[in-house]
Every structure is written in structure tokens, then in C-alpha cells.
Design a protein around this ligand. Structure first.
Ligand code: UD1
Length: 429
């Protein structure tokens, strides 16, 4: 197993090209199941989760071709997906357990062939994360759903029918599953209290290119008029706002200065507001974002995670690392996921002072973090330890790096090119 080793205390300076968003690419890939034609996606990041989704789609019968990518600079890959025929409607446990987003094949399979059998994702490191909203929504569209032997067995032999679906809670994945399913349902579907995340909008825009009739993307009420059939399309995956926010915080925590090329400032309003309140300069440029902090530690700022356009839960751990080095205190409240503070004990090993009370964490900034051997627990938690390591005095060794590889393309290369002392090595046995 690999480790990442960081010698902390170096200012970052330079340019980082922002990759396509993993969380947009995954549902876009699942959308290929909706048509027999080729869906061609560009700006697809090279990540373990993308490979898992490609394997899942391949075993449903999708022809997958990946070109270009990391070897050619950071240009992102082009992924051609062609679901000429669906050869299997089963999404097996060994793939679904690796990645919850596998459940996104449920809606498209059901809409295209009237049946899907998807393993229940099970618990995961950041809380129970049920799929009840996905299932209830599909039932409203006429699917019959049975849970048997750990699998969701959904069927709609006569096809799906449009309906009004009111989500009791905002869910990105459930909105995406329903959005895809409704494109091929008979009649009109309304998704009410829908997720407004840019990744949902990116999916919707691609579906429109494929021939879908969708209105209200980016709002909490999306209307879809079902069509007989979708066709192929070309679509470039939207820039990753979470990767952007992570590197903006890397600049801030190292008293550095970074140009984030291709970043979308309009997707980061809530994050930019927090960074500015903390004393970080964030400027939109014609190439993306320029982030700079050169006057010592940031100021403590309270943060609460919320559905978009609120502050993203996927930047909560990174914000905590940043606030661990702030002047003053910061109250960080997690309102989306239970049990998403697993990075706290690891940050504490590096000298962070954090007290958790229920869904809130009181972070008292320290003048200096210190390097330590730490363990990644999930994707965003692991990158928060990288941020802390960049700022810490001495050496930080991060174990269980595979979590990072699920969501950060070329992390060490991107940071090293800006002056970080960061390398990957095989863990000693
Ligand atoms: C997506 C993102 C993930 C991000 C999350 C919230 C992808 C691949 N992943 O995950 O990185 O952290 O949005 O922004 O895009 N819930 C239910 N029942 C359901 C579905 C969800 O109760 O059927 C709950 C969840 O437990 C959670 C909340 O709703 O508390 C939001 O989850 P959701 O938006 O669905 O997250 P994901 O789509 O899984």
C-alpha cells in the first residue's frame, strides 16, 4: 500500500489546472445507459472511481473507450461510451460496495429496459447514507421495487410514467437518478426540492444535448417531459469545484499564491465568501481563480455545510484543517452527513485543537501544526490531512492513500509543481 510523505512548511506558488469533476463525470457516465448511440465525454478525470464506474458499465454491456489523459499533460481524458445493447441489468455487490455512486445506474437501466438489480450500497464511512429517496421517487414513476438478498430489484415492464416527486430532503444522487429515469418516462415529471448542485445541472445539460426535454435546471423545481428515445452527444465535464476549493485552501494554509486554471468562480460563492472573511484574497481571472494569502495566519470563521448553493460538505474537512491554523476560533457545523468528523482525531495528532459536540466542531487555531504519521479515513478527510501536512513543521506520513486516489487527479504532481515537498512511496512492510 502507498503512503504520501510531506515535508511541511513550504509556501505554494504557481499554477494548478483544475480537473473535470468526479461527481459530475460519474452520473454522466451512467447516462450513457439511456441511449444505444455513443456518448462522448471529455475532460474526464483519471481517478479510481471513474475506473470503477467504467467497469460497472462494461459489465452492463457498454463499450468503453478512453483516450488521451494524464500522460498528455493534465488534459483530461475523452471517454466514449456506447450502450448498443444492455447485456446485464445486474450491478453486483463487489463493484457497488467500492463506490456508492454505482446506484446511479438504477434509474437509467429501469428507464431503458424496464428492469434493474442493483446491490444495496450498505453503510459507509460517513454515516448510514440510505437510498430510500431514490427508491421512493422511482416508485412514484411506477417502478415496482423489492429488496431481496441485499439487492434492489426494480421493475417497470410497461415503462415508467411521469409524476410529481417531492423530495423530503435534498439529495444529489436521488435527483440525478430521477432526472435520468424521467427522460424516458411517459409524460411529465416534476422534481420538487431537487438538488441544485452544479453537477446535477451538468448532467441535465448533457441530457438535453441527448434529446431530453428539461426545464428548471439549477432551481429546486426541475420539469422533465419524457421522450421516446435519446441519442448520442458530446459533452465536456464541468470543472471540479471541490478540487478548486481544496487547492484554494492549500494556498491559504501555506501562506501561498496559486492560479487555479479552469476554475469556476460562479460555483464557489459560499466558499469564496468564507475564504475572504478569513483574510484570503480570491480574484476571478480570465483563466480561473487567483488565490493568495501572504500576511500570516487566516482568521477563524464559522462555517455550516448545506446543500448547494450553501457551503459544500465535501470541503468541510479541508476547512477544518485550514481553521486549525487560524488566529482565533471557528465553529464548523456539518448538517449533511452524520459521522463526518473522522478526520478530527487524525488532525489532533498533528496538534490541531478541535472539540466535537454532536454535529458541530469547535476549532481553536494553533500557531503551528506538527508533522505526524496519520491515516486517511475517507476521500475528503484524507486531503484535509495533506493540507495540514503542507502547513506543519516536519514530516507527515499519510497512510491509506487509496482514498485520495478516488477523487484527486495527480495530487502530488500538481502540488509538487507549485513547490510542495510531497512524494509517494510504498509503505514499509
Ligand atoms: C453526493 C456526492 C458527495 C457529496 C454529497 C452531498 C456524488 C458521487 N457524491 O453524494 O460527494 O458529499 O452529494 O453534497 O455526487 N439521503 C437519504 N436518503 C437517500 C439519499 C440521501 O436520507 O435516499 C441523505 C444522505 O444520507 C445525506 C443527504 O441525504 O444525509 C444528502 O445525500 P446525497 O445528496 O444523496 O449525497 P450523494 O448523492 O450520495
Amino acid at each position: 500500500m502507498d503512503q504520501i510523505v510531506i515535508q511541511g512548511g513550504r509556501r505554494l506558488k504557481g499554477e494548478i489546472r483544475i480537473s473535470g469533476a468526479k461527481n459530475a463525470a460519474l452520473p454522466l457516465m451512467a447516462a450513457s445507459l439511456l441511449t444505444a448511440d455513443t456518448l462522448s465525454l471529455s475532460n474526464v478525470p483519471h481517478l479510481a472511481d471513474i475506473a470503477t464506474m467504467a467497469r460497472l458499465l462494461a459489465q452492463h454491456g457498454v463499450e468503453v473507450h478512453m483516450n488521451g489523459g494524464a500522460e498528455n499533460g493534465f488534459d483530461g481524458g475523452v471517454l466514449d461510451l456506447k450502450a448498443g445493447t444492455i447485456s446485464s441489468v445486474v450491478a453486483p455487490y463487489d463493484l457497488v460496495r467500492k463506490m456508492r455512486a454505482s446506484v446511479l445506474v438504477l434509474g437509467p437501466l429501469l428507464a431503458r429496459v424496464g428492469e434493474a438489480k442493483v446491490s444495496l450500497p450498505g453503510g459507509c464511512a460517513i454515516g448510514t447514507r440510505p437510498v430510500d429517496l431514490h427508491l421512493h421517487g422511482l416508485e412514484l414513476l411506477g417502478a415496482e421495487i423489492v429488496l431481496e438478498e441485499g439487492y434492489i430489484h426494480a421493475s417497470a415492464p410497461k415503462g415508467l410514467t411521469g409524476a410529481a416527486v417531492v423530495f423530503p430532503k435534498v439529495s444529489v444522487g436521488a435527483t440525478e437518478n430521477l432526472l435520468m429515469a424521467a427522460c424516458l418516462a411517459r409524460g411529465e415529471t416534476q422534481l420538487i426540492n431537487a438538488a441544485r448542485e452544479p453537477e446535477v445541472t451538468d448532467l441535465g445539460e448533457c441530457l438535453i444535448k441527448m434529446g431530453a426535454e428539461i426545464e428548471g435546471l439549477g432551481s429546486d423545481k426541475i420539469t422533465i417531459r419524457g421522450v421516446e428515445k435519446l441519442h448520442g452527444a458530446e459533452h465536456a465535464v464541468v470543472a471540479d469545484r471541490i478540487e478548486t476549493g481544496t487547492y484554494a485552501m492549500a494556498a491559504a494554509i501555506t501562506d501561498g499564491e496559486l492560479d487555479l486554471i479552469g476554475a469556476r468562480a460562479d460555483h464557489l460563492d459560499a466558499v469564496i465568501k468564507v475564504l475572504e472573511e478569513a483574510g484570503v484574497t480570491v480574484e476571478e481571472t480570465n483563466r480561473g481563480l487567483h488565490v493568495k494569502r501572504t500576511n500570516g495566519p487566516v482568521r477563524g470563521v464559522d462555517v455550516m455545510t448545506e446543500p448547494y448553493p450553501g457551503f459544500p460538505t465535501d470541503l468541510q474537512a479541508q476547512t477544518m484543517a485550514l481553521m486549525s491554523t487560524a488566529e482565533g476560533a471557528a465553529m464548523i457545523t456539518e448538517s449533511i452527513f452524520e459521522n463526518r468528523f473522522m478526520h478530527v482525531p487524525e488532525l489532533a495528532r498533528m496538534g490541531a485543537n478541535v472539540n466535537v459536540h454532536g454535529a458541530s466542531a469547535m476549532v481553536r487555531g494553533q500557531p503551528q501544526l506538527t508533522g505526524a504519521e496519520v491515516m486517511a479515513t475517507d476521500l475528503r478527510a484524507s486531503v484535509s490531512l495533506v493540507l495540514a501536512g503542507l502547513a506543519a513543521q516536519g514530516e507527515t506520513v499519510l497512510n491509506r492513500v487509496y482514498h485520495l486516489d478516488r477523487g484527486y487527479e495527480q495530487l502530488e504532481q500538481k502540488l509538487a509543481a507549485c513547490g510542495a515537498a510531497i512524494t509517494r512511496r510504498r509503505a514499509p512492510q
